[in-house]
Design a protein around this ligand. Structure first.
Ligand code: ATP
Ligand code: MG
Length: 428
């Protein structure tokens, strides 16, 4: 029969990669908890309107990248392309935001119809933090410091650079939009059709164009920083002071606009030179109007999302994560009953000790071969001789001399604890 393959751009995550994923996830869980954030889990399917109203109809995400479908009643639903809009919807719908402060985090798959390549997929994963009810640059500073601490804990901080900008409030952006439109119109002959359409619909988006002509124009274009209100500028300067005082390096990038319409004031991205064209690893900023836009009471809000696949690609450049089975348990077929009991007693006494019990009837010789290949540190051997002595033979599969010894079954827990502490097999 013909094989059925996975959907284009939606890769499997294989067992050989799972240790790195789990390391990323557990580092994140510890980190978010230490900053007082709690997890929330949103569904992957939401009403299409949630994204078109918040992210913006003219953005690439909504106009080209959504996976949408009609349900049986004709309602348009979409697989979530990002987490912030869903998280705000969750907060508003469940009364978590009004007159309160919340620190929430989420993690999970997102979906965008993009051209798949290394670091860019149609199903990918993000982890993000969202904080509600906080004004002033302190919360942005804390979130950025949390991200910085995350990179440090993962050992990839030297690969990432923080870029910051302020988009100002709605008044500043409206003023800037007019000035920017006039500027580009003076150079309209250098813009292709797609850029002219962007100019008409959302001129700020020209600032992060990859088109060479546009990029040259952008260098001399007016900068939003010159149109910020006193308040926005104060916040932006305050953030810079807070970051500098806490040892977080950054560069100002006045052309950083982000591909989503809901941001205001401070925005930022962490970028890398180590992933080719897929340079953005994390992005975030302030989105004070989003809660109201989704029917809640006006609530200040700040958040960011980290691309997990791109983070993992960086992680792999510094360290390989492999599954580490502790013990391969070799068993003579007639000793299966005893082996099951010994292995389960050990699992109960030592929940962290990972045992692969040979549960079929294969010959000892082929079990030895599999034990060598398994990557386990230790082999336990239980044949009739060992059973007669109520013991198992323990072999260190990692040492060159392949040292081995008999250990009484009753002594196995203390033997293992000793091995876990010392990393070597020795008599107890
Ligand atoms: P890009 O400019 O690379 O398309 P983006 O600005 O669209 O990124 P955001 O919407 O800011 O990305 O999402 C936050 C992070 O999620 C990105 O910095 C990136 O690490 C990751 N990300 C976004 N789209 C994808 C994708 N298709 N595949 C893998 N990771 C992605
Ligand atoms: Mg994108």
């Amino acid at each position: 029969m013909a094989k059925i393959n996975s959907v284009k751009g939606m890769p499997d995550i294989l067992p050989e990669d799972i240790v790195a994923w789990q390391h990323l996830e557990s580092t994140w869980r510890t980190l978010t908890a230490s900053y007082g954030y709690t997890e929330c889990r949103m569904p992957v399917l939401e009403s299409t309107q949630l994204f078109s109203r918040t992210i913006g109809d003219s953005t690439d995400i909504v106009s080209k990248e959504m996976f949408s479908l009609d349900d049986r009643d004709g309602n348009s639903l979409s697989l979530r392309p990002e987490g912030t809009a869903s998280c705000v919807r969750l907060g508003v719908e469940n009364g978590l935001l009004f007159n309160q402060q919340q620190r929430l985090w989420y993690m999970g798959p997102m979906f965008r119809y993009e051209k798949p390549q290394a670091g860019r997929y149609r199903q990918f994963h993000q982890m993000g933090m969202e904080a509600f009810g906080f004004q002033g640059a302190g919360i942005e500073a804390e979130q950025i410091m949390a991200i910085h601490a995350f990179w440090q804990r993962l050992g990839i901080d030297s690969k990432l650079t923080l870029q910051i900008n302020s988009l100002g409030d709605a008044t500043a952006r409206a003023k800037y939009r007019t000035v920017l439109t006039e500027y580009f119109k003076r150079h309209i002959e250098l813009l292709d059709d797609a850029c002219r359409e962007r100019l008409a619909r959302n001129p700020l988006r020209l600032l992060d164009s990859k088109d060479k002509n546009v990029m040259r124009l952008v260098d001399d274009a007016p900068k939003i920083t010159n149109y910020l209100s006193r308040e926005s500028l104060d916040d932006y300067n305050r953030l810079q002071e807070l970051l500098t005082a806490n040892g977080v390096d950054f560069v100002e990038n006045p052309n950083l606009v982000r591909g989503l319409d809901y941001y205001n004031d401070i925005v930022y991205e962490w970028v890398t030179d180590d992933l080719g064209a897929q340079s953005a690893v994390c992005a975030g900023g302030r989105y004070d109007s989003l809660v109201e836009c989704l029917g809640g009471k006006s609530t200040p809000a700040v958040g960011f999302a980290i691309g997990m696949e791109r983070t993992l690609l960086l992680l792999q450049q510094v360290k390989q994560y492999k599954s580490n089975l502790d013990c391969y348990f070799i068993v003579a077929a007639e000793q299966m009953q005893l082996a099951l009991r010994v292995a389960d007693t050990l699992r109960r006494d030592l929940p962290d000790f990972k045992i692969w019990l040979n549960c079929d009837t294969s010959k000892m010789k082929s079990q030895f071969k599999r034990a060598d290949k398994s990557g386990a540190h230790l082999a336990f051997i239980l044949g009739s001789e060992e059973a007669d002595n109520s013991s198992v033979t323990v072999r260190d599969l990692r040492s060159a001399e392949s040292s081995q010894m008999q250990v009484a079954i009753d002594n196995l827990p203390s033997f293992i604890r000793n091995w876990q502490q010392k990393g070597t097999v020795c008599k107890i």
